[in-house]
Design a protein around this ligand. Structure first.
Ligand SMILES: NC(=O)c1ccc[n+]([C@@H]2O[C@H](COP(=O)([O-])OP(=O)(O)OC[C@H]3O[C@@H](n4cnc5c(N)ncnc54)[C@H](O)[C@@H]3O)[C@@H](O)[C@H]2O)c1
Length: 267
């Protein structure tokens, strides 16, 4: 008998980038369901416990040594690792070609390409690989990859970001095939338009407005027209699905990515 319907009491889940935004909401939802959470974030310093069920661990997901050390620290502190959520990610709105030529800094260059690829793709690879080593040795675990609606739909002024999320979707499909034999499930969650996070900063909005040839004030469309459910998503609405997916209630789900977009995405 499980103590609760979801049955994740005491489970140890590492969430990358949980100092802010969606990751923080995922961390809160997991803890509300009884799990113990380790936040692996570049903004954290060292390893700090906050009560019985929260750990902040410094981790740069683009750096293999940092990823290995951070997951080791989680296992050392909590005695196990049951799931990881690959959430850390960045989005720099950049157009392929700045045809108007007014803001060349908003045209894709090697540095912006490398930054998005490193955090959004290499980071998921490194954390996924190290977690899979740990899970295979203990006979199971769950990997949740946070993707984006843009990964299947594409996005005006965000082609490299979209490409990174397409890559994440392919990790999810492939790991679903490759890791199932070790009792490891891999599931993706693809949010659409949501309430603001650290990612949707003034610099982000300014860049996005330029790439879409509009102003920051006119950036927000009428959601009643563009989103079937008529509003942006709440971060908790993404977090609650992630919390379900790490549980054994989702035991037959692997290799697929769920849209949480209020009906906006075809994916
Ligand atoms: N905000 C949205 O509407 C939205 C929509 C679709 C998908 N997403 C995805 O959700 C995820 C979270 O986005 P968010 O909006 O909450 O962003 P956010 O900026 O609020 O949080 C991202 C966190 O990742 C951390 N981080 C950045 N680089 C890191 C690194 N190298 N190593 C470890 N941690 C690092 C940051 O310190 C921060 O705490 C991202 O993968 C993003 O692509 C967000």
């Amino acid at each position: 008998m499980m103590a609760t319907w979801l049955g994740i009491d005491g489970r140890v889940i590492a969430v990358t980038g949980a100092s802010s935004g969606i990751g923080k909401s995922i961390s809160d939802s997991l803890k509300a369901a009884g799990a113990r959470v380790a936040n692996l974030d570049i903004s954290a310093e060292g390893v700090t416990a906050d009560g019985e069920n929260h750990l902040d661990v410094h981790c740069d997901v683009t750096d293999r040594d940092s990823v290995v050390a951070a997951l080791d620290a989680v296992v050392e502190s909590y005695g196990s690792l049951d799931g990881v959520v690959n959430n850390a990610g960045i989005n720099l709105p950049r157009m392929l070609v700045d045809v108007r030529g007014e803001r060349p800094e908003y045209e894709l260059d090697d540095a912006s390409f490398a930054l998005m690829m490193n955090i959004n793709v290499k980071g998921v690879f490194l954390v996924g690989q190290q977690a899979a080593r740990i899970f295979a040795a203990k006979g199971g675990g769950v990997i949740v990859n946070i993707s984006s609606e843009a990964g299947v739909e594409g996005s005006d002024g965000q082609s490299v970001y979209s490409a990174t999320k397409g890559a994440v979707n392919s990790f999810t499909r492939s790991w679903g095939k490759e890791l199932s034999k070790y009792g490891i499930r891999t599931v993706g969650v693809a949010p659409g338009i949501n309430e603001p996070t650290g990612l949707t900063s003034p610099a982000y909005n300014e860049a996005l407005a330029y790439t879409r040839n509009t102003t920051v004030d006119n950036l927000t469309p009428d959601y009643a027209k563009t989103i079937p459910l008529g509003r942006p998503g709440k971060l908790s609405e993404i977090a609650d699905l992630v919390t379900y997916l790490v549980s054994d209630r989702a035991s037959y789900i692997t290799g697929t990515t769920y849209a949480v977009t209020g009906g906006k995405s075809r994916g």
